[in-house]
Design a protein around this ligand. Structure first.
Ligand SMILES: *[C@@H]1O[C@H](CO)[C@@H](O)[C@H](O)[C@H]1NC(C)=O
Ligand SMILES: *[C@@H]1O[C@H](CO)[C@@H](O)[C@H](O)[C@H]1NC(C)=O
Ligand SMILES: *[C@@H]1O[C@H](CO)[C@@H](O)[C@H](O)[C@H]1NC(C)=O
Length: 483
């Protein structure tokens, strides 16, 4: 009797939790770390907890970050950079080592709750011209073997985050993978399906809007549109649903229309381009979250929202490449120092975002252009300062674009000075710079003060060194063992 009761309870729990997975979407965040002024990972983990964020997606497996996540109970997706796919695809030993160092050792009591390994990041992106494509499946197979050997294959799932540029169509129902990807996508999705892994996709209505002046602006948001898209019986009122269903149609076309889907990245930048501003980012993110947690789903999958969505991103990463555009350094819902950029209800229990606590700033001082000087020779200084520090807000569409010629000089000087941790000589600029204690910020244009981040600045070279050492060692193993 007692036994049956227990069994029934377990069955009920399983039913509840599995039905929970089907209809309830969880909101997580992407935590990228390409920043000059890095918050201590412990401050960031505290920020996640304060905001009741239970799921986080990483782009690597930085031991300092993972150490900070230990014991937090937060579910983690660790990442493998594309550059490592080659060695992982050719060497089972490399895959074993990677799993041991970056997954296995954290899965202990009081460790890190690693649920997913993202194998590559958008490896099929068209701008990569196929350079990573052939590595993806062999790397997945090796890593699966390694997980199985460690008895983890049932718990830790391998996924491959794909950019939405992997598929295309003018109408969602006509969605198809890019012709040159059809074969590899079929193999990938078959692999994911047989291992109980979801399909992970990154969807960016901002990029559709930014790259195309004909794109109807209100279609990018969730507040109704004058440009609804009619597709047979279905009507689409926002770009996110249209894009999501294009993926579903593409998956159906290769026989996997039922794949569970995680949105690995979605968000809106706040600076560095026209249309990238606080108002728009708030409207997009809040609209998206409300839409997803309403459990409406999309026309092709009504009532079933994505399994999880990961907002991109948690913090600004102001050392990222600006190749995609200056907005690339401004995707955070928090600025680089963990301060909320706008009120946002993540649907996780807090009505607004809470700021990071115990952030250790450098002293409140700034480097600006000395107004008594002649600036004829300043161009080279600005060029040099902005080639290393971040000046993306100065350009067209940026929050500091209208601050005038001297404002521009001061902004560049200050960015460099803060990057150099306010080292006195770094405000010299042949006598053109001067240190001030008055905040030179104007309107929305913020002149930042750096973070005194002793811990992570000393950790970073160490972390990099470790990665390079491991890759180097794997290369060596590769050469020595006939694989
Ligand atoms: C912010 O961006 C939106 C579109 O993304 C645009 O409609 C709006 O005019 C922008 N606001 C400002 C103040 O620039
Ligand atoms: C300030 O710099 C930006 C970026 O180079 C430029 O677009 C803008 O015209 C400059 N402003 C002045 C007044 O020179
Ligand atoms: C960081 O290092 C500086 C000197 O390099 C020191 O003055 C400061 O107290 C340190 N801050 C912390 C939080 O350890």
């Amino acid at each position: 009797m007692a036994k049956t009761h227990v069994d029934a309870t377990i069955l009920l729990l399983i039913l509840i939790s599995s039905s929970g997975i089907m209809v309830e979407s969880a909101i997580g965040v992407n935590w990228g770390t390409i920043s000059f002024h890095k918050l201590s990972p412990f401050v960031v983990v505290d920020l996640l907890k304060e905001n009741k964020i239970q799921k986080v997606k990483l782009f690597d497996a930085d031991p300092v970050v993972l150490r900070a996540l230990m014991g937090s109970g937060i579910e983690v997706m660790v990442g493998i950079p594309n550059e490592m796919l080659g060695v992982l695809s050719s060497s089972p030993v490399a895959a074993d080592l990677w799993v041991r160092h970056n997954v296995f050792r954290y899965l202990v009591k009081g460790g890190v709750d690693i649920r997913y390994v993202a194998v590559g990041n958008e490896p099929f992106l068209s701008s990569y011209s196929g350079q990573f494509e052939s590595y993806v499946l062999p790397a997945l197979l090796n890593l699966l073997q390694s997980l199985a050997k460690a008895n983890l294959a049932g718990f830790v799932k391998l996924v491959v985050p794909c950019n939405a540029d992997a598929y295309e169509s003018s109408l969602p129902s006509q969605g198809a993978f890019r012709p040159e990807l059809t074969q590899i996508m079929t193999q990938l999705v078959s692999f994911l399906n047989s291992n109980g892994s979801p399909f992970v996709v990154n969807i960016y209505p901002f990029l559709s809007l930014n790259g195309n002046s004909d794109f109807p602006q209100d279609y990018a948001f969730f507040e109704g549109t004058t440009h609804a898209v009619t597709d047979g019986q279905n009507v689409y009122y926002n770009a996110f649903d249209g894009n999501f269903d294009t993926l579903l149609a593409a998956l159906s076309r290769i026989g996997y229309g039922q794949m569970p889907i995680i949105v690995g990245e979605v968000g809106w930048p706040t600076d560095g381009a026209l249309g990238a501003n606080l108002t728009a980012a708030r409207a997009f993110n809040q609209g998206l979250i409300n839409h997803v947690i309403s459990n409406k789903g999309t026309p092709l999958r009504p009532g079933i929202p994505p399994m999880d969505i990961f907002i991109f991103g948690l913090l600004d990463e102001r050392a990222k490449s600006t190749l995609p555009g200056n907005f690339e350094r401004h995707w955070g819902i928090f600025s680089f120092d963990g301060q909320a950029k706008f009120p946002l209800n993540l649907g996780l229990g807090n009505r607004v975002l809470k700021n990071a606590k115990d952030v250790q700033y450098l002293p409140s001082r700034w480097c600006v252009a000395d107004p008594t000087r002649d600036f004829s020779g300043v161009a080279n200084h600005i060029k040099l300062a902005c080639s290393v520090a971040d000046c993306t807000t100065l350009y067209y569409g940026g929050s500091c674009n209208g601050i005038g010629a001297r404002g521009n000089i001061s902004y560049a000087f200050n960015s460099y000075y803060q990057l150099q941790k306010q080292y006195l000589q770094s405000c010299d600029f042949d006598g053109l710079g001067m240190v001030t204690f008055l905040d030179p910020s104007v309107g929305d244009c913020r002149f930042l003060v750096g973070i005194s981040d002793n811990s992570s600045s000393s950790f970073k070279p160490h972390g990099n060194f470790l990665v390079f050492w491991v890759i180097w060692m794997l290369r060596l193993l590769n050469i020595m063992s006939p694989l």
